[in-house]
Design a protein around this ligand. Sequence first.
Ligand SMILES: [Zn+2]
Length: 105
Amino acid sequence: MERVSEIRLVKRSFWDELSYRSNWFIFGLIACILLAFIPIVGWFMAAGVLVVLLWKTFGLREKQKVGDCPVCTQTLLIEPKVEGIDCPVCQSYVEITDNKLIVES
Ligand SMILES: [Zn+2]
């Protein structure tokens, strides 16, 4: 028998969004500063990191995919381009399709 649940698209909550953005900002800034010590190549890389950093910090809010584990209903965050995850709660292997989570059992 297989169990199936829907994948849904959600926006992060305000506080998650805030910590996500401040992480990007802080670690991006540290990376920029370190890269800036490397002449020429590092400066270009620092500029690249800075663009990504500004986009991640001030850009549009990204949506993320979440779904409930079909077995134990634990909410799972679905990273892009991942084909399956092990549920941290019930240890089931959850297969990811375009819009569904599937557990074979
Ligand atoms: Zn589970």
